[in-house]
Design a protein around this ligand. Structure first.
Ligand SMILES: CC(C)(COP(=O)(O)OP(=O)(O)OC[C@H]1O[C@@H](n2cnc3c(N)ncnc32)[C@H](O)[C@@H]1OP(=O)(O)O)[C@@H](O)C(=O)NCCC(=O)NCCS
Length: 218
């Protein structure tokens, strides 16, 4: 049976990355869901705007009932909000979207709505929660548990037995040493090296990683 066509929520950088991943993974894409669709003035039900790849672009609220969706947005809080909105309208998270050039151990377990880009490596007994994303050339070591809406940006290295709690983000080329925990909604800056547990909601940078005193994110 052929897979259900995907509705990609988010027509920005991650969404277009998902659009690259889908055909490689033999997953048809129905179109995009993005708030920007409402700015066109079109009636999303009858006159869809055009999104990346010339595909239909609808407002998220206009998602067809029963649609399979992938939230392809970097910000985990927006990912949470959009997933709730889409499910309230009868959509369901898609089966994990995995680029064929990613390497997954047979024992890795991925929840619905996950996105794994090309060049990623997920080792044995890794678990990814719903809507988690592992971007290109990132690695996740054995026994690591990534919660819901976790993101590992390109080139991030998560060592073995790490816990990334719900909504945590690991920036490009950052390293999380083995056995450490990164708390919920914490953010590990690009190229940081996490040597100690990171408290929930904290932004850390540098090597060794230390909390950022002031952050434009907060
Ligand atoms: C950590 C991060 C979230 C901070 O963002 P921010 O709150 O907007 O911080 P600012 O850019 O205002 O920088 C604040 C200070 O932190 C420093 N800083 C920012 N990011 C840093 C990093 N990764 N490592 C070391 N220092 C960093 C800045 O130089 C600045 O220092 P200053 O006040 O002495 O000039 C962000 O810089 C980052 O690393 N994001 C990850 C980006 C990434 O991986 N993107 C991949 C997309 S594909």
């Amino acid at each position: 049976m052929s897979p259900a066509p995907l509705w990609i929520a988010g027509a920005g950088g991650v969404g277009r990355g998902a659009l690259d991943t889908a055909p490689a993974a033999s997953r048809p894409v129905a179109g995009f869901l993005d708030d920007r669709a409402t700015a066109t003035g079109s009636d999303p039900a009858t006159d869809p705007a055009t999104g990346p790849g010339g595909l239909p672009l609808l407002a998220p609220a206009a998602v067809p009932p029963g649609a399979h969706y992938l939230v392809a947005i970097a910000d985990p809080a927006v990912r949470l909000r959009l997933a709730a909105l889409l499910e309230a309208r009868g959509a369901q998270p898609c089966a994990p979207l995995v680029h064929p050039r990613a390497i997954l151990a047979p024992s890795a377990a991925l929840a619905a709505g996950c996105l794994v880009m090309g060049g990623a490596y997920l080792s044995c007994d890794v678990r990814l929660g719903a809507h988690a994303q592992v971007h290109y050339n990132a690695t996740v070591g054995h026994d690591s548990v990534l919660g819901e809406r976790v993101t590992v940006y390109p080139g991030g290295n998560v060592s073995g037995a790490v816990h990334l709690a719900d909504g945590a983000t690991v920036g490009s080329n950052a390293v999380v040493l083995q056995g450490r925990t990164v708390g919920a909604d914490a953010f590990v800056g690009a190229a940081a090296v996490v040597t100690r547990d990171v408290a929930p909601g904290t932004v850390v940078v540098g090597s060794p990683a230390r909390p950022l005193a002031r952050s434009a994110r907060t």
